[in-house]
Every structure is written in structure tokens, then in C-alpha cells.
Design a protein around this ligand. Structure first.
Ligand code: SF4
Ligand code: FE
Length: 485
């Protein structure tokens, strides 16, 4: 099979038998569930755009293992340009969907594993890289969406995995068989989990020898026996169940997260990519994290949408010429383009790893993601400032359509006489959706905690800066010579 279209992707999901729960009930038809559907639409867009000639260069790549054209989300970065295009792809899709399109986690996992499995084999003469390449070919040939599953529930944060009172707080092996392993545990906050064909599990924190039963990485079909998904709630999610769509803001797209339970799931050896190599866990976590911090290029694209919405709201309100509004729009653009600088920089300063995969600059990727923990909140504040209070006091679409009271909304919510009142309500609902509703999960809270909370980036920044070099530069300029002779 070659690259799938959005429709083919949707069809492929219908063939899966996922065990998904939402509001305490099993979801029989995941694809058409109104709460989940917008998130499926967003992933489908990653397939759809790959077929548009104008985006071919950004959305597709040439596989280094088969030489065939593949969707960039399944590609292993072969040079700096691949890394730069990955950042551009994130911005493009963020702007197209206005939300989290979910597919980056799998791409980042594949790239991290391509580096670490190679390094493990070099040290231990294992076969992980060979297994990984075979698996990668399967993913590329079938154009699959992979959910990269890293975050364990972690139980008592002060205890390592082997000291947890409940050993299942970190995914671990409960049985070793001739043909594979049986694993138990859970992964929390799993972006796009029920829109994925595959689940690729990685450990979540650095481990010592005592934790080696937890030092595992493996891939499973998303509907393997024993996997259970419990959908996360999002603010205002039940608006998707209402009649009419105006109050949703974003009419088509959304994201989702789920708690994924691994209830004694069997993994055949050919799908195991790490088993007990505890000394490679921190490498895998760090490389994955750096790639995924780069992936927060997505927020730049979502920022583009928010800036466009704020400017439109200003025009609809008739205030676009006010100097403070113009200044706020400039500030929003400044913040958003500063984010863009970070994700382009960490890609441009990338390097080749021994496996041939190109990795991003870890320091700059962490700086980029750290900016993402802050700037979208400021962008959201400015958008709300520009939009005005009606964004949160506006009655519902049902009232607007009501033969009795709709006329009052029509009359009193009219601002710029050239703009239909409904358009004004629509743009305000979009800003509400992105800064307070379902899309705020991705744009605001995920910007803080996704790909690691702010402190995780500060730790990496402190580790990666070259302080000695900076001190030397300062001392040299003011004539201090205290170097040991
Ligand atoms: Fe991709 Fe951004 Fe969603 Fe993470 S938050 S999966 S980087 S779109
Ligand atoms: Fe994320």
C-alpha cells in the first residue's frame, strides 16, 4: 500500500476493534462518536495534505529503507532539511486544524528508537535495530499512525519504579515466554491514542539496575487483546453532542487524550525494542523528549489561527484601527514568530547520530518548548483582551436561532454594520474554543505539560549550557587570568 488519503485512513480505523470507554460506557463505533470524531478529522488531515502537490515537499519524504515516497510522519530524518521540514509541517498542520493533530508523537518515537536501538546493538550485540527497521518498513508501507506512549502514572513520585507499593505504576514485564513477554501497567495522557493503528511504548524516566524489569520498549497493534482506553474529558466537550455547531467554535477539528491500560498484554519478541537495557533508558527518554519538544512547532500554527481570529474579531467589533489593538496584534505576532525561531533553530543546528538519523539540537529544542510553556498563555490573554467579554457571556446558538429571542441577539450583538451578527458570534466562539474550550487543552495546558513540564526543560537547559565557555569569555574581556598554568 502507498500513502493513504484521509478517507482511506478513516476506513482503516473502522477495521480496528478498540476497547474504548467514555462517560462510563463502551464506545462501539469509535470513528463516528461525536466527541472523538473531530480528533479523527485532525489526524485524517495529516493524510490528506500529503496528497496536495503544494505541500508535497513538506508533507512527504523518501524512505531511506525502501526508497519509496512516504508520509513524513513515518519518516526517519536523514539530514538537516528533513528536520527543518518537520518543524514547518508542524506549523502548517497547526494552522490548518487549529488544534493538536496528534500524529507527531509516533514520528518522534520512531526517530528516537532508530537512534537508540542502533546504539544498544553496538554495545550489547543485540538485534534491536534490525527488528526496528523491519517494523518501520511495516509502518511506512501501511502509512500507519503510531501513538508514542511514554508517560507512566508514576505513583509516588519520590520512589523509583521497583520501590512503588503498586508495581504496576510503571509498565513492566510480568511474564517472559519463549515467544515474547507479557506486560502490565498504564500510560497516561496519551494523545491521539484511539486514532492510532499502533501503540509504541517507551519507559518514562531514567532507570538503574534494580528497575530493569521496567526498562522496556515495544510496539503493539492498538487493538491488541488486553488494551483498554478511557477517554479524557475536555472543557466544553459535550457541546459536540448539541444540536447545531456554532457553539463548538472549531467546526471540524479537535484533539484527544486517553488513559491507556495494558492489562497483561502479550508482545512477541519481534516487536520488542528494549528489554532490560536500563542504562539506555535515559538516552531514549532524552532523545524522544528533544524531538517532541521540537514538535511543539504545532503551537506556532495554532497561534497563527488565534492571531487571525483576534484580528478578525477586532475588525468585526470595529476597533481594528485603535492603536492599542494594533500594538497587541504586533505583540501576538512577535511572540508567535519567536516560537517559530526556536523550532527552526533546533532543527537547523541538528546533527547526525551513528545510526544515520539526524537529531535536533537538544539545548535549543528545550529552549523552544520552554517558550511554548509561556507564550501561548500570553497570546490567549491578548486574544481575549481584543475579543471582549461577549466571548464568555454570549447566549447559545439555540437562543440565536430561537424565533422568540433570536431577534434580540441579532439586534444587540450587531457591531460593524457590514458584518453579519452570526459571523461575529462565530469568531468569538472560535477564540473561546481555543482559549477556554476543548482546543485549550492542546494550546494551553498541553503547551505547559506536554513533552515534559517546564521544570524538565530547565533541567535540560542547565545540563546543556556551556558555562565554562561563558565564564572564560567574560574573564578574558576584563583581564582576569586565573587559568591553572
Ligand atoms: Fe503534535 Fe503538537 Fe499534538 Fe504534540 S501537541 S501531538 S506536537 S500536534
Ligand atoms: Fe504532546
Amino acid at each position: 500500500m502507498s500513502m493513504m488519503t484521509g478517507k482511506e485512513y478513516e476506513k482503516s480505523l473502522r477495521k480496528l476493534h478498540l476497547k474504548v470507554y467514555i462517560f462510563g460506557e463502551r464506545v462501539e463505533n469509535v470513528v463516528d462518536n461525536p466527541i472523538i470524531r473531530p480528533s479523527m478529522n485532525a489526524v485524517a488531515w495529516t493524510y490528506e495534505l500529503a496528497h496536495r502537490p503544494e505541500y508535497e515537499d513538506i508533507m512527504t519524504a523518501t524512505s531511506h529503507i525502501t526508497g519509496k515516497k512516504v508520509n513524513r510522519f513515518t519518516h526517519i530524518h536523514q539530514n538537516i532539511q528533513d528536520l527543518v521540514k518537520k518543524s514547518k509541517m508542524g506549523r502548517l498542520l497547526g494552522r490548518e486544524t487549529g488544534c493538536c493533530f496528534q500524529r507527531c508523537v509516533g514520528m518522534d518515537t520512531l526517530n528516537a528508537l532508530s537512534i537508540v536501538t542502533f546504539n544498544m546493538d553496538a554495545k550489547h550485540h543485540t538485534e534491536y535495530y534490525k527488528r526496528f527497521l523491519k517494523y518501520l518498513e511495516y509502518v511506512q508501507e501501511n502509512d500507519l499512525t503510531c501513538d508514542g506512549a511514554m508517560t507512566d502514572p508514576k505513583g509516588n513520585r519520590s520512589l523509583p519504579p521497583h520501590k512503588q507499593p503498586d508495581p504496576d505504576q510503571f509498565v513492566h514485564v510480568v511474564e517472559e515466554r519463549k515467544d515474547g513477554i507479557v506486560v502490565r501497567g498504564a500510560k497516561a495522557h496519551q494523545t491521539g491514542a484511539v486514532n492510532s493503528h499502533e501503540l509504541i511504548v517507551m519507559p518514562t524516566i531514567a532507570m538503574r539496575e534494580e528497575d530493569k524489569e521496567y526498562a522496556i520498549s515495544f510496539a503493539l497493534p492498538s487493538d491488541a487483546e488486553g488494551i483498554i482506553y478511557i477517554m479524557g474529558r475536555q472543557s466544553c466537550d459535550t457541546r459536540k453532542l448539541e444540536e447545531g455547531t456554532l457553539d463548538r467554535g472549531n467546526q471540524k477539528f479537535g484533539g484527544h487524550e486517553a488513559l491507556v491500560i495494558l492489562d497483561d498484554v502479550f508482545v512477541p519478541w519481534e516487536r520488542v525494542f528494549m528489554y532490560r537495557e536500563y542504562e539506555f533508558v535515559s538516552q531514549l527518554v532524552e532523545i524522544f523528549a528533544a524531538y517532541h519538544r521540537q514538535s511543539y512547532a504545532c503551537k506556532v500554527g495554532v497561534g497563527d489561527v488565534l492571531i487571525g481570529a483576534a484580528q478578525t474579531a477586532a475588525e468585526y467589533n470595529g476597533v481594528e484601527r485603535a492603536s492599542h489593538i494594533k500594538d497587541k496584534i504586533v505583540e501576538m505576532n512577535h511572540l508567535n514568530e519567536t516560537l517559530y525561531c526556536g523550532c527552526i533553530a533546533c532543527a537547523s543546528e541538528g546533527h547526525r547520530e551513528p545510526s544515520g538519523t539526524y537529531a535536533v539540537n537538544t539545548l535549543l529544542a528545550n529552549v523552544h518548548k520552554h517558550n511554548v510553556t509561556r507564550f501561548p498563555s500570553e497570546l490567549a490573554r491578548l486574544a481575549q483582551d481584543i475579543a471582549g467579554g461577549l466571548m464568555v457571556t454570549m447566549p447559545s446558538e439555540k437562543d440565536f436561532r430561537s424565533p422568540e429571542v433570536g431577534k434580540w441577539m441579532e439586534k444587540y450583538f450587531k457591531a460593524n454594520e457590514d458584518v453579519p451578527t452570526e459571523n461575529r458570534l462565530r469568531i468569538l466562539r472560535l477564540i473561546e474554543n481555543m482559549t477556554l474550550g476543548t482546543a485549550a487543552v492542546g494550546y494551553l495546558t498541553e503547551s505547559i505539560h506536554g513533552a515534559g513540564s517546564p521544570q524538565a526543560q530547565r533541567i535540560m537547559i542547565s545540563r546543556r549550557i556551556n558555562m565554562e565557555e561563558k565564564k572564560k569569555a567574560a574573564k578574558r574581556l576584563c583581564g582576569i587570568d586565573d587559568e591553572p598554568k
